[in-house]
Design a protein around this ligand. Structure first.
Ligand code: MCN
Ligand code: CUM
Length: 796
């Protein structure tokens, strides 16, 4: 008898396998965009606008052209001759590639210089003379809709004001009726500030157009190479087989590398004009002031309550500041993304959400920083409103949540805003978290400390996130449906190559996809190579964002492995000389049901596919599977934070943080924990220190790492992670749900709620993030809410 394979030993499902990609990263052998050198390559630098809103009177490039080593100076005027001064956005708006008429935000791309090296190109930019006529500036929605506000998008026909859209969902009348019957109405107004993904590697591209073959190859920092190829094909009217997008190693994406940026487009046109490779590498300030930011959204929310703690209805109005162009890179038909995933974990009979999007003189963006398209805002609003409601009712915040959660037997559950959540054990997660943090004990300590003048606080946040966009009925990008595919080739030696259309940026796909193959076929994970990111070799896919890779591409990997197994079974029957019905499968091996010791391994089937196949069977052992997810996957989490606030200085310290994440079956528990740790770190940073805002002239405050801080191990508190709650996803082939963003989504409210709890006796309802010491001090000292909405004073 053969020994059954030990799945963990071969690196299958549930193995905390070390990340194979790290082998090259920690040796400095990664292949990032700036590592790539092509023969004859030129370098591009971008001239950006110093002003937030100004008419361009003249651009004089003559001095730049004269600099030795300068090959090309691109302006909006030149772009316009190719119909490329403006480009369409994924949200059906237009965005300037290089400004022609006006600049609309500080940092906007005005011209590009292409030269022998980046330094000459930079000198070239400095030699361009632009004459600006300053215009009044708008930095928030209130200013955008004020009487007499300057019209930002005067380039657009039929755009008479600064409003982009009005949007609503839910039942307005039913909500009104429920509010009329409420014992109490709890109201909260706040601002989720602009934040920035800020990956360590900035954005960049190398365009390489070959006149002889007419083929355009672009190396690009993109999370979604196939979508970029489709977009280039549509915009440049080039056939797809003449475009190759390669996304090399990516030094972090976090949503920043989803949108299409002017730098990409300019490097492509420059390469076409010069017939030489053109490299553009963005600098850190360029990244912070001009690329896709996140959030910047205002909430006016109300909860209708019964005295016994039951939530009767919720009502929310949100004002979203999108910056100068509506360029949200999100695939839903909803203007405000998945904001209406709010309250999905709570059993709320009725609700109504209205939203308004406006333009401002700020860089465009809004949807992406470790979020499933505004779910971060949704969960933040939800958990801040829940805490305020519990406080207004005088109820314990944990008990209030438990009383309103969707119960385990209520799934699939239709939310008041139309989502169908798939599964979960919400109360159990909460109980695990409360036990871990020592809830009852802490409440006692808190009361004792308060009596001695010390301020302790405890904050709870929960989140459920719609991950895996999305089923083809409801999601598309430019009409392209959101399925994904995986291709699996088993070599004759039994080793394998799997490719998907996703693109890892640090999440570890090279490790985890191999584990799925291992789980399905019993091939050791170390025998499986994973490739992603090259549109000439990877099968079609919609890319990696919204933690959709495991829900969609990962599912496709499982499905293609099953197709391979089905063919291998036929080969096994042939080798064992029995009929297929008499063949049984155990991990890595087929055997004869009546004689289990007679069997063949998957590796023996692989060689047979090339050397000894039954009559009539096509040789080879490879296949492709497309996966159209039936629903989104809905992970759940509870985050609990305890803090101490120093009333003298407003400084707050985290005493303890507990995280209970249920993302269904974990493919690689260590990678999942890494994702949670990273997300909690970012959540802490957003709540505590990341400050990027604007003064009344539209100057970006926070355009560098002195102001916009990245937390290091020094600042970051420790986190205690819990993995004991596992609710397998009912519609995913291996029961996995996404995890990549959960902690960044649910984390911020836990920190803010903890600080608010510590000062709950002051009557202060809200301090906007980041909870900088001066804001907390102001709230405590003057007993008033502290808004973080721009403009800020720029004189310090
Ligand atoms: N995983 C697992 N078991 C599960 C779920 C996931 O083992 N039940 C593993 C996956 O196989 C994968 C990783 O965890 O290796 C993340 O999987 P998933 O949740 O599917 O998310 P994606 O791979 O689609 O990653 C996207 C997500 C997003 S949208 C942002 S933003 C973010 C995030 O990932 N950006 C990141 N985490 C990041 N981590 C790093 N290091 N760098 C980024 O840019
Ligand atoms: Cu919203 S950031 Mo991620 O989806 O790439």
């Amino acid at each position: 008898m053969t020994q059954p394979l030990d799945e963990i030993k071969i690196g299958g499902l549930g193995a905390s396998r070390k990340r194979v990609e790290d082998n090259r990263f920690i040796r400095g052998k990664g292949n990032y965009i700036d590592d790539i050198l092509l023969p004859g390559m030129l370098h591009m630098e971008i001239l950006r606008s110093p002003l937030a809103h100004a008419r361009i009177k003249a651009i004089d490039t003559s001095r730049a052209w004269k600099i030795p080593g300068v090959h090309l100076v691109l302006t909006g005027e030149i772009m316009a001759t190719r119909n490329l001064a403006w480009m369409p956005t994924l949200s059906y708006d237009t965005q300037a590639v290089l400004a022609t008429d006006k600049v609309r935000f500080q940092g906007q791309e005005v011209a590009c210089v292409i030269a022998d090296d980046p330094y000459i190109a930079k000198d070239g930019c400095e030699a361009i003379d632009v004459e600006y006529e300053p215009l009044p500036v708008i930095v928030n929605p209130e200013q955008a809709v004020a009487e007499g506000a300057p019209l930002i998008r005067d380039d657009k026909e039929n755009q008479a004001d600064n409003v982009i859209y009005h949007w609503e969902v839910g039942d307005a009348e039913g909500t009104e009726r429920a509010f009329a019957q409420a014992d109490k109405i709890s109201r909260l107004k706040l601002h989720y500030p602009r934040s920035h993904p800020s990956p360590i590697e900035c954005c960049g591209s190398i365009a390489d157009f070959n006149r002889a073959t007419s083929k355009l190859t672009v190396y690009m920092t993109t999370q979604a190479p196939h979508i970029i190829r489709a977009a280039v094909a549509l915009v440049a009217e080039l056939p797809e087989h003449m475009i190759r997008i390669i996304s090399p190693d990516i030094g972090g994406g976090f949503g920043n590398k989803v949108p299409v940026y002017p730098g990409y487009v300019c490097s492509i046109l420059a390469s076409i004009l010069l017939e030489r490779p053109v490299k553009w590498i963005e600098d850190k300030t360029g990244n912070l002031i001009s690329t896709g930011f996140a959030r910047d959204i205002y909430l006016d929310g109300e909860v209708a309550l019964r005295n016994d703690g039951k939530i009767l209805a919720v009502r929310m109005h949100c004002d979203a500041d999108h910056g100068a162009f509506f360029s949200d890179a999100q695939p839903s038909k909803f203007k405000i993304g998945l904001l209406h995933s709010a309250f999905a974990a709570y059993d709320i009979p009725v609700g109504h959400i209205t939203a308004r999007g406006t333009y401002s003189n700020k860089a465009p963006g809004g949807v992406a920083y470790r979020c499933s398209f505004r779910v971060t805002e949704a969960m933040f609003f939800q958990e801040r409103m829940i805490q305020a409601a519990a406080h207004d009712l005088g109820m314990d915040q944990a008990a209030f949540r438990r009383a309103n959660f969707v119960a385990d037997d209520q799934f699939p559950h239709r939310t008041p805003f139309g989502f169908l959540t798939d599964s979960g054990q919400y109360a159990k997660c909460l109980d695990v978290g409360l036990r871990a943090v020592g809830y009852e004990d802490f409440l006692k300590q808190q009361a004792e400390a308060r009596a001695r003048g010390r301020r302790l606080g405890i904050g709870i946040s929960t989140m459920t996130e719609p991950l895996g966009a999305g089923n083809s009925r409801e999601y598309d990008i430019l009409g392209i449906k959101m399925f994904d595919s995986a291709e699996l080739k088993i070599h004759m030696t039994g080793k394998a190559l799997v490719r998907t259309g996703a693109r890892t940026q640090g999440q570890g796909h090279e490790t985890t996809w191999a584990q799925i193959v291992s789980h399905e076929l019993g091939i050791p994970a170390e025998d499986v190579t994973v490739e992603e990111g090259d549109t000439d070799t990877a099968p079609f896919g919609m890319g990696t964002y919204a933690s959709r890779s495991t829900p969609v591409a990962g599912a496709a990997v499982a499905m293609v492995a099953r197709k391979i197994r089905a063919k291998a079974r036929k080969l096994a029957a042939h080798l064992l000389e029995v009929s297929e019905e008499d063949v049984e499968w155990e991990l890595g091996r087929f055997y004869v049901r009546s004689a289990p010791s007679r069997g063949v391994t998957i590796q023996e089937c692989a060689i047979a596919a090339y050397s000894n196949m039954p009559d009539g069977m096509e040789p080879g052992l490879e296949n492709t599977a497309y996966y159209d997810p039936p629903n989104l996957t809905w992970p759940f989490a509870v985050y609990i934070v305890t803090v101490e606030v120093d009333p003298e200085s407003g400084v707050w310290d985290v005493l303890n943080m507990v995280a209970v994440d249920d993302c269904g079956v974990r493919i690689n528990p260590m990678i999942v924990e890494g994702q949670i740790m990273g997300g909690l770190t970012e959540a802490y940073a957003m709540a505590n220190m990341q400050f990027i805002t604007f003064d009344s002239d539209g100057n970006c405050v926070g355009s560098n790492y002195m102001d916009y801080m990245l937390p290091t191990a020094w600042e970051t508190p420790g986190f205690e992670l819990h993995s004991e709650v596992v609710t397998p996803c009912p519609h995913h082939p291996i029961g996995a749900k996404g995890i990549g963003e959960c902690a960044a989504v649910g984390g911020p409210a836990a920190f803010v709620n903890a600080v608010m709890d510590a000062i709950s006796d002051t009557g202060v309802r809200n301090i906007d993030m980041p909870l900088l010491p001066d804001r907390v001090w102001e709230a405590l000292t003057y007993r008033r809410d502290v808004s973080g909405a721009p403009p800020v004073r720029s004189d310090g």
